[in-house]
Design a protein around this ligand. Structure first.
Ligand SMILES: *Cc1c(COP(=O)(O)O)cnc(C)c1O
Length: 400
């Protein structure tokens, strides 16, 4: 299938992204259309953002209503929707207080600042925060310093100090650090490493992290920017392990495309920020918070975390049957609708081939992994359609 070429005039954008030669002017559910009216199937949902699909009618209505009331008032005044959203998120997580910002990296920045204040409270003057190898936490200076991927840091030295990277899913490595480094104050981890190749941490590992955090007074901080809000088949990724974190960060799915991030904290960290110690001009504005409240309403009403679990099983089973034995397919993994297909070769060209040959949008992650993050509102035929297109694509690519 031919795909129309994008405009060829020189771009005035900084070249931070290698973009696919397509642009969409309209969407609905898992479908997107370009200006020529060609229809595409979206299996990546704006990198895990549009969990309720494109152009959700209830969100469209709420956005229009709020725009006609008030968009922004500032954090110098009370914001009713921010209070409501905080209460909702605290009820869902068992945590005590929320801070709102505009992205995943900013949510993690807030968590890292909490860890620094936690250190000061404990009298640790040169604190260390543990993060995992192969992790991803964002692109700001502190979050790229926390990230366990050298490519993200390339060219940005000097980095922010105070991070120690440990091997992922290795409780013994963590225990060794606990014995030798009394200046550790927190652990930050993703329950499933998304950018790292859709790699789940084991429940036993998360439980070991919790035990060590309890024993040594460390904060257990979970980055659920990608795994949060139903994506993995539970409301939050940490719930699969039956543990309770001290700090939790959210962003991607929270606003379904309206930018919003959140950092939540339990009793151990909820009172560390004081007036003046952190802030954000746009963070938690009435529009973003009202949209996020509506997103939570719809996730709960339509039982979407459970739907993600069921559809994820269908997606993995379908892929396993269609391509599981193709030479070159090493693994099909990930919980719920967070699915990675590990190949034995580079995958960088596959999003373009998927677009051109199958009018399918998909992503890639580290280690030769194709990544699928479809909207949680997908229908069973949508899931089967993704399987069919991925199967045709990979059969062609791996046999050639
Ligand atoms: C996407 C992502 C981030 C960064 O979020 P931004 O909104 O791009 O700043 C951080 N952590 C994880 C786990 C992510 O997947």
């Amino acid at each position: 299938m031919a795909v129309a070429a994008a405009a060829v005039s020189a771009s005035c954008l900084m070249p931070t992204y290698r973009r696919l030669p397509v642009s969409f002017c309209r969407g609905r559910g898992l479908r997107l259309w370009d200006a020529q009216g060609n229809e595409y199937l979206d299996a990546i949902a704006g990198v895990g953002v549009t969990a309720l699909g494109h152009a959700h009618p209830e969100l469209a209505q709420v956005i229009a209503e709020q725009a006609a009331c008030v968009l922004h008032t500032s954090n110098l005044v009370e914001i009713e929707w921010q209070e409501r959203l905080a209460r909702r998120l605290c009820a869902l997580t068992g945590l005590a207080a929320a801070f709102f910002c505009n992205s995943g990296a900013e949510a993690n920045e807030a968590a890292l600042k909490l860890a620094r204040l936690h250190a000061r409270r404990r009298g640790v003057t040169a604190p260390l925060i543990l993060t995992l190898e192969n992790s991803f936490h964002g692109r700001t200076l502190a979050t790229l310093s926390a990230t366990g991927n050298p490519a993200v840091k390339e060219g940005f030295a000097p980095l922010v100090d105070g991070f120690l990277h440990v091997p992922a899913d290795d409780p013994a490595a963590l225990e060794a650090v606990a014995r030798s480094r009394p200046e550790v104050v927190a652990v930050l981890l993703e329950p499933v490493q998304g950018e790292g190749g859709v790699r789940s941490l084991s429940a036993a590992y998360l439980q070991a992290v919790r035990r060590l955090c309890d024993r040594h007074g460390w904060l257990m901080m979970v980055d659920e920017v990608q795994t949060g809000l139903g994506r993995t088949g539970a409301w939050f990724g940490y719930q699969h392990a039956g543990v309770q974190p001290d700090v939790l960060t959210l962003a991607k799915g929270l606003g379904n495309g309206i930018p919003i991030g959140a950092c939540l904290a339990g009793a151990a960290a909820a009172d560390l920020f004081a007036p003046g110690s952190h802030g954000s001009t746009f963070g938690g504005n009435p529009l973003a918070c009202r949209v996020a409240c509506t997103v939570l309403d719809i996730l709960a009403r339509d039982d979407l975390p459970r739907r993600a679990r069921r559809l994820g099983e269908r997606l993995r089973a379908g892929l396993q049957a269609a391509i599981g034995t193709l030479p070159g397919v090493e693994a099909i993994r990930g919980p719920g609708l967070m699915v990675g297909i590990a190949l034995d070769r580079p995958v960088d060209e596959l999003p373009r081939l998927a677009l051109e040959r199958e009018r399918l949008l998909l992503g890639v992650a580290r280690g030769g992994t194709l990544r699928l993050l479809p909207a949680l509102i997908a229908s069973e035929p949508d899931i089967d359609d993704i399987v069919a297109r991925v199967a045709r694509l990979l059969t062609g690519v791996l046999r050639s």
